[in-house]
Design a binder for this molecule. Structure first.
Ligand SMILES: Nc1ncnc2c1ncn2[C@@H]1O[C@H](COP(=O)(O)OP(=O)(O)OP(=O)(O)O)[C@@H](O)[C@H]1O
Length: 357
């Protein structure tokens, strides 16, 4: 197992899972899972279908008994102290459910009452949670008429009604359009700023990379990687990919050759196909294990040679690459994970060393 220890050691752990195992008869759904999440942090809990995410969540919220191991939230045992757990945890399932003829305020009032919040306090709380979720304008709308993105905001508001310190959100970005996904990320970050501890499940791997402090990747009930996104990336990304965007395809051949020659003389592990001329995209793409500072030397070299470079940027491997790498079972994971394009971290053409990452 490639278990990377989190850099967030200084943050007080709120959710602690230790050697958690769950068997259904002969079948092991969770196998000695150990991980933790600190206060005000976002954990991306990532795994393909059937990996064991829901099983873990059910144990955390006290709905399922583990076969062995421990799960606690702020010191309370997830099974034995279920009343405390219920107060401390807000769980947002993937499915919004059907609530015909119910307005948003009534919907929130209903859930507030289920948490035994008094009527006056409920009214105040409804306005507060709608504000936090950016859904104040939806207060009098019917929930079943809302778009998926609006429903997700209301679902977050509902999860916040009893002011839980830990939020467990199951696939919150599922079915959202790109703008709604961005809005969702902003909202999750805001909740973390409010010192809420968030566990966010996803099988859309890059979705979480931008906002998570820590990522836990599981397949077949086993933890495959646990650490910050940077730690996981650094661990797998021995060789990084860069792109050099050129003004036209005329200079591609010469720039490609210059990059090849430069890499040959600076990086011992350079391989024949490490440099590729992407003519249609007017760019040269190359892989290297060199440091940012060393790669900056290549940019300087090109500019000194009179090449016009529009952009010099690193192609960020996404969490999916990391996942496939650490899972060590690409065929199984690859069939389940949703593919997406890589992100790029753009920098300027005539830039200096520091701008390459
Ligand atoms: N009650 C049960 N009896 C037997 N096997 C079960 C039971 N519940 C879950 N499993 C199995 O345990 C494994 C983990 O399931 P779990 O629902 O935790 O996965 P998941 O990561 O949440 O997947 P998904 O993303 O599809 O929800 C799966 O192989 C599932 O079939």
């Amino acid at each position: 197992m490639n278990q990377i220890q989190s850099a967030n050691r200084d943050v007080e752990p709120v959710v602690v899972i230790k050697d958690l195992t769950k068997r259904y008869g002969e079948f092991t759904a969770l196998d000695s899972l150990t991980m933790h999440v600190g206060r005000g942090q976002i954990l991306g809990f990532i795994g393909p279908n059937g990996a064991g995410k829901t099983t873990t969540i059910k144990i955390l919220v006290g709905l399922l008994k583990a076969t062995s191991g421990q799960a606690s939230i702020a010191g309370a045992d997830c099974l034995r102290d279920s009343r405390k757990i219920k107060r401390m945890v807000g769980y947002m399932p993937d499915d919004f459910g059907k609530y015909n003829n119910m307005r948003v305020a009534e919907y929130l009032d209903f859930f507030g009452a289920a948490y035994s919040i008094g009527r006056r306090e409920r009214n105040i709380r409804i306005d507060e949670v709608l504000e936090i979720a950016g859904a104040t304008h939806m207060k009098d709308l019917f929930v079943d008429a809302l778009s998926r993105g609006m429903q997700q905001r209301v679902a977050i508001a509902r999860t916040l009604m009893h002011d839980p310190q830990v939020l467990i959100l199951d696939e919150p970005a599922n079915g959202l359009d790109p703008q709604a996904r961005i809005d969702m990320r902003v909202m999750l970050l805001r909740l973390a700023e409010m010192q809420k501890t968030l566990i966010v499940t996803s099988h859309i791997l890059p979705e979480l990379a931008r906002i998570c402090d820590t990522v836990a990747m599981i397949t077949k009930g086993k933890l495959r990687a646990f650490g910050t996104v940077d730690e996981i990336m650094r661990d797998i990304q021995q060789r990084r990919t860069f792109e050099i965007l050129l003004p036209d395809d005329v200079s591609i051949e010469s720039v490609g050759q210059r990059v090849r020659t430069w890499l040959d003389s600076h990086a011992r592990d350079t391989q024949a196909d490490d440099v590729q001329n992407a003519t249609a995209e007017t760019m040269v793409r190359f892989k290297t294990s060199l440091s940012d500072q060393e790669i900056g030397g290549l940019l300087t070299h090109l500019i000194q040679q009179g090449d016009t470079v529009l952009q010099f940027r690193e192609v960020m491997a996404d969490l999916e690459d990391a996942f496939l790498s650490v899972a060590g079972d690409a065929s199984e994971a690859g069939s389940d994970v949703e593919r997406s394009t890589s992100d790029t971290n753009e920098t300027v053409g005539s830039g200096s060393v520091g701008e390459t990452s």
